[in-house]
Write a protein that binds this ligand. Structure first.
Ligand SMILES: [Zn+2]
Length: 681
C-alpha cells in the first residue's frame, strides 16, 4: 500500500508561530512537525528505529553564534517527539571527528554529550555523526518496510539502480556508529548529486533544504520502492483457518508454563503479546517458513528486541508431553548458547550472555507470540515481528531475503553500549505477574489494581460497570487491560480466563474481590435476597477460583488466589446476616482450597477488612451510622483500637503483602485498625 503525504502548510505554520521567532526555534518547529508525520506511520519507523536532524544556528550566553545539529535523542519516539527530544549538539566538534581513523563508541557518546548545549538533554542518537557528516540542513532516516525489503535483496544495488537511476547511492553494511558515518559520508562525497542513500541491510537516508523537501522525498522514495516491490508480489490465495478459542487458550497456557519452567526460577517474567490475523497466519503457512525462521532480522537493531531468530512451533507441539515441549525450547536455548560462545570468544571486551530463551515465537496456526518481561516489551516485539515478516515475504517474492549475518548480529546484540546497561535496574517485585482483579471499578478493587500495577504486575481489571472501569483505567494507566463482566453470569469465568490468556498468555494471581452487602434482619429475611447474596458473595468467588485453579494446572506453574472476605465472616453485624453468611462460607473456602491446592504450588489467602469508605459503605451509610451512634463521621470511621480511619489503599497493601509472602497459605489477614471482637483466633 502506498504511503500518503500528510504535510499541511497551515499546521506547520501554526507550530512555527507557537515556537517563537528565532531561526533556531522556527527550524526546530519544522523539524518536530515532519518528524512526527514520519513517526506516526509504523511502516516508516517503529519503536525508536529511525531518526531525524536539522542543522541550524543559536547563540550562547555571550551572544556568539553557534552552529548546532539538533538530532533525535535516545528514548524519544519520532511519533510523539517534542523539541526537547532533539537535543542541540555543537556541530564543529562533531565535524572534526571525521579526521580520526578510529573512535570507540564510549568516546563517541562522551564527546557528543560533552558538546550538548543543554547538559540535561538525552544522549544524541547513535547515528548522530552520520547526520553531522552529510552536508544538508534537514535529514531523515527511516527503517521503512519497503526500504528494508529492498535493502535485504540479494542484489540491492541492481534494484536500486532500476528504481532510482543515479539519484541514489548505496552504502555497504557497517554497524551504526563512527565507521558507518565515515563510509556513508565518503559514498555521498563521491556522488554529491544524489538525493538519497540506501544503507544495505539497514535502511534509508534522504535530505532537503527544508523539512518539507526532505519529508516529500521520504514519501516519494518509499512509494517508488513499494511500487517496484508490488509488481513481484505473489498473489496469496491460501485460505487460513482461525484457531478455536479453547485450542488457542490451551496452546498459550502450556507454552507459557513451559517457558516459565525453562527460565529456571518459578516466577520469571514471561508475558505474551499475541498477534493473530490472516496475513500472519498465511505467512506461517508458507513453504519457506522454516528457512525464514533461520534467516535473521530486517534491520540489525531489531536483534536487541527480538533476537536473531524466532522459535518456530507447529500447532501440535504443545500437545506433546511437557518434557517434549521443554526439549524444543531447550534446543533453541542450546543453539543460542553456541552462537554466543562462537562469537564472544573473538570479541576483545568480555561479554555477558543474555537470556538464551526465545523472545519471539512463530506458532503455526496460532500467530506471532512476543515474549517480554512486561506486556509493553512483548508488544514492541510483536510490532517488530510483524514488520519483519512483511519484509521477508516481499523480499522472498522479489528475489530473496538476505539480511546481515551472525557476526554482525552478534556485534549489535552485544554492543558495548547495550552491555553497559545490563543489571543496572532492579526489576519491580511483581514484574511478570499477571493479576486478575474483580470488582475492579470499586474503591478497594481500584486501590488493589493501583498497588499491584505500581509493583510492576500486569493487570486485567474486571467489573460489571463498563463506564466506571474506563474511568478507573484512565486514572491508573490507559494501557492496563479491562473487561466488562458480571461475575454472577454463568459464562463469566470462561470469558475472564479467555481474555486474560489472549491478552497476556496466562494468569498468576486471582484477586477475587467483587461483592456487595445486602441488609435485612434474619427473622424478616427474604430467601431470594439471601440466595442472591450467596450468588455474588460466595458462588461467583468459588466458580472463578475453580476456573483459575484449572488454568494454573494447565500452565503447571505456581499461582495464587486471594479473596476479599470480610470481618462479617467472624464478627456479625446487626442486619448483615445476608452478607455475613456467604462471607463465612468464603472464609472457609480459603482454608479448604489452601489445603487442597498447596500440593500444586498454589497459595490461597484472604483479607478481612472493615469500615472502608467504598461502594459497600457509601457516604450516605456513613452519615446514617455515625448519627445513630451519636458521633461525627471521622470518629465513626476511626472507631478502632488504633483510632485511625482505614482506607482502601491499606486493604490493597495487605493483598500485596500476602502476594509477596512466599510461605504463607490458608491465612486471612485482618485490616480494620484493630477490633478485638473481629480478631481471628
Ligand atoms: Zn538506522
Amino acid at each position: 500500500m502506498l504511503f500518503s503525504n500528510n504535510w499541511c502548510e497551515e499546521e506547520c505554520e501554526q507550530n512555527r508561530l507557537a515556537a517563537g521567532s528565532s531561526e533556531f526555534q522556527r527550524d526546530l518547529a519544522d523539524r518536530v512537525y515532519t518528524s512526527q508525520l514520519i513517526g506516526k506511520v509504523p511502516d516508516l519507523v517503529m519503536h525508536g528505529g529511525g531518526n531525524t536532524s536539522c542543522k541550524t544556528v543559536t547563540q550562547n550566553l555571550f551572544g556568539e553564534k553557534i552552529d548546532v545539529l539538533c538530532v533525535k535523542g535516545s528514548g524519544w519516539d519520532l511519533g510523539t517527539i517534542e523539541a526537547a527530544g532533539l537535543p542541540a549538539v555543537k556541530l564543529d566538534p562533531l565535524l572534526k571527528l571525521r579526521q580520526l581513523l578510529k573512535l570507540s563508541d564510549e568516546d563517541m557518546v562522551n564527546l557528543q554529550r560533552a558538546n550538548l548545549l543543554d547538559s540535561s538533554s538525552p544522549n544524541p542518537s547513535v547515528e548522530t555523526l552520520l547526520h553531522a557528516f552529510l552536508p544538508y540542513k534537514f535529514i531523515d532516516h527511516t527503517h521503512s518496510t519497503p526500504f528494508l525489503a529492498l535493502a535485504n535483496l540479494p542484489d540491492p544495488m541492481a534494484a536500486m539502480r532500476e528504481i532510482f537511476g543515479v539519484a541514489f547511492a548505496m552504502v555497504p553494511y557497517v554497524m551504526p556508529g563512527f565507521e558507518l558515518a565515515k563510509i556513508a559520508a565518503k559514498v555521498h562525497d563521491e556522488t554529491p548529486q544524489i538525493e538519497g542513500l540506501l544503507l544495505a541491510k539497514h535502511g534509508h537516508f534522504t535530505w532537503g533544504d527544508t523539512a518539507k523537501e526532505s519529508y516529500d522525498r521520504v514519501i516519494d522514495h518509499t512509494n517508488r520502492v513499494e511500487e517496484w516491490l508490488a509488481q513481484y508480489r505473489v498473489n496469496k490465495s491460501v485460505q487460513v483457518k482461525m484457531p478455536h478459542a479453547h485450542e488457542q487458550q490451551d496452546f498459550l497456557l502450556k507454552l507459557r508454563g513451559a517457558l516459565v519452567d525453562c527460565s529456571g526460577t518459578a516466577n520469571s517474567p514471561v508475558i505474551f503479546n499475541i498477534i493473530q490475523n490472516e496475513d500472519t497466519l498465511r505467512f506461517l503457512c508458507r513453504d519457506d517458513v522454516s528457512l525464514h525462521a533461520k534467516a535473521g532480522v530486517a534491520t540489525p537493531d531489531h536483534v536487541i528486541r527480538t533476537k536473531a531468530h524466532p522459535l518456530l512451533l507447529e500447532f501440535d507441539d504443545v500437545n506433546k508431553s511437557r518434557q517434549d515441549l521443554i526439549k524444543l525450547i531447550s534446543s533453541y536455548a542450546a543453539d543460542y548458547k553456541s552462537y554466543f560462545q562462537r562469537n564472544a570468544t573473538s570479541s576483545v571486551a568480555p561479554k555477558t550472555m543474555l537470556s538464551p530463551l526465545p523472545k519471539l515465537i512463530w506458532a503455526k496456526g496460532i500467530g506471532l507470540v512476543g515474549v517480554g518481561a512486561t506486556a509493553k516489551e512483548a508488544r514492541v516485539i510483536t510490532d517488530l515481528a510483524q514488520q519483519n515478516i512483511k519484509v521477508m515475504a516481499d523480499g522472498a517474492d522479489a528475489g530473496g531475503f538476505h539480511p546481515v549475518q551472525e557476526q554482525d548480529l552478534f556485534d549489535l546484540e552485544y554492543w558495548s553500549l547495550e552491555q553497559a546497561k545490563l543489571g543496572k535496574a532492579k526489576p519491580p517485585a511483581m514484574q511478570g505477574q499477571i493479576v486478575i482483579v474483580t470488582g475492579g471499578a470499586g474503591a478497594i478493587g481500584s486501590a488493589i489494581a493501583t498497588e499491584f500495577h505500581a509493583a510492576g504486575a500486569e493487570i486485567m481489571l474486571v467489573d460489571k460497570n463498563a463506564e466506571q472501569l474506563e474511568h478507573i483505567r484512565s486514572q491508573i494507566d490507559p494501557k492496563i487491560s479491562i473487561l466488562q463482566a458480571d461475575v454472577t453470569e454463568p459464562d463469566a469465568s470462561t470469558r475472564i480466563i479467555e481474555a486474560v490468556t489472549k491478552t497476556f498468555g496466562g494468569v498468576d494471581i486471582l484477586i477475587s474481590n467483587a461483592g456487595s452487602a445486602q441488609q435485612s434482619s434474619i427473622i424478616d429475611m427474604d430467601q431470594q435476597l439471601l440466595r442472591g447474596s450467596f450468588e455474588l458473595n460466595f458462588f461467583a468467588h468459588f466458580s472463578l477460583a475453580q476456573e483459575v485453579f484449572k488454568t494454573f494446572r494447565k500452565q503447571a506453574i505456581n499461582g495464587q488466589i486471594l479473596f476479599n472476605v470480610s470481618k462479617q465472616a467472624v464478627n456479625p453485624g446487626q442486619n448483615f446476616g445476608a452478607y455475613g453468611l456467604p462471607k463465612s462460607a468464603l472464609f472457609f473456602l480459603v482454608r479448604q482450597m489452601a489445603l487442597e491446592c498447596g500440593v500444586h504450588g498454589v497459595r490461597v489467602n484472604g483479607v478481612n477488612a472493615d469500615r472502608i469508605r467504598s461502594g459497600l459503605l457509601n457516604d450516605a451509610m456513613i452519615a446514617e451510622r455515625s448519627k445513630a451512634r451519636g458521633v461525627d463521621e471521622a470518629t465513626y470511621l476511626a472507631g478502632n483500637l488504633l483510632k485511625k480511619e482505614v482506607q482502601a489503599h491499606h486493604v490493597a497493601k495487605a493483598f500485596l503483602a500476602l502476594a509477596n509472602s512466599d510461605r504463607t497459605t490458608g491465612h486471612v489477614m485482618t485490616v480494620d485498625g484493630g477490633n478485638i471482637e473481629a480478631s481471628l483466633r
